[in-house]
Design a protein around this ligand. Structure first.
Ligand code: ATP
Length: 264
């Protein structure tokens, strides 16, 4: 998961995305270094989720480049970015299947699957892959504090627990970069602290994180740097402690046409 070079793990270069006439991202460029926890901030509608979606291939980019450790991934589909290139991601509102248990959902997210014929023939390789997925899921559920609920239907989890399970699923693919979309929004404060601790531990183990978040306590506790979007443009890249003094940031939250949320 760690890298020994000084090459950025992620480089976004002049990225643009529009939906019809709505230019949601314009000339967006920033780097993420290995080991950083970058907070991606901005008022509602500034383009944060769209930026995550374009980097991870869930939306096609209109112009620009996305490089992962120097390799261009901008034209790859999402499943290849996740399974081949090692970019994990979570979603703002994770929905869970009703008929699968928590551990089954985690196991299903293993990217090294054994395929249809392996399963059908119950081959040795298929059994080994299943055992490995179960062991990995068990360890990650423990790490993300979900062991007690591992046999419950995934749909029965609280919103916060679903977010934790979303992180487990993303980690099943052994990503080198993990991108999280509002991991603590709507989460009970106790569970929020668990999420912050879990993300800190992951980072200490070498994981690079990019986190879309509105909660300034979370940002100050966790992030090493913040990148701020305003109406599709990057207006600041600074330490969390510098946000409150940054004119462009204050203008973005207080002066623009976007709805105000908690700012620096
Ligand atoms: N698939 C889509 N089709 C059309 N418009 C979209 C699509 N996805 C996003 N948009 C538009 O792009 C703009 C930016 O949305 P986005 O969700 O990226 O903002 P955000 O910064 O993540 O907002 P929030 O903080 O509220 O989650 C909005 O005007 C939104 O309506």
């Amino acid at each position: 998961m760690t890298t020994s070079t000084h090459q950025p793990i992620l480089q976004v270069r002049s990225l643009a995305k529009a939906f019809g006439g709505n230019k949601v991202l314009q000339d967006v460029s920033f780097d993420v270094q290995p080991g950083e926890i970058v907070g991606l901030l901005g008022p509602n509608g500034s383009g944060k989720s769209t930026l995550l979606n374009t980097i991870t291939g869930f939306e096609a980019i209109d112009a620009g480049q996305v490089l992962l450790q120097g390799k261009s991934i901008g034209a790859l589909p999402a499943h290849r970015i996740v399974s081949d290139e090692g970019v994990g991601r979570t979603f703002q509102l994770p929905s869970m299947p009703t008929k699968m248990s928590v551990i089954e959902v985690a196991m299903a997210a293993a990217t090294k699957q054994h395929g249809f014929w392996g399963t059908l023939l119950n081959s040795r390789a298929a059994r080994d892959a299943e055992a490995a997925a179960r062991a990995k899921a068990t360890a990650l559920l423990d790490e993300l504090l979900l062991t007690k609920v591992r046999d419950l239907p995934a749909s029965a989890l609280s919103g916060g627990q679903k977010k934790l399970l979303g992180i487990v699923c993303a980690l099943m693919g052994e990503p080198r970069l993990l991108m999280l979309d509002e991991p603590t929004a709507g989460v009970h404060p106790n569970l929020r602290n668990d999420i912050v601790s879990a993300l800190k531990r992951l980072n200490e183990q070498g994981m690079t994180l990019v986190v879309v978040e509105h909660d300034m306590h979370f940002i100050r506790e966790l992030c090493t740097r913040c990148v701020v979007l305003d109406r599709g443009h990057i207006v600041a890249s600074c330490a969390p402690a510098e946000l409150a003094q940054n004119e462009r940031v204050l203008q973005a939250y207080l002066g623009g046409g976007n709805k105000h949320k908690e700012a620096a």
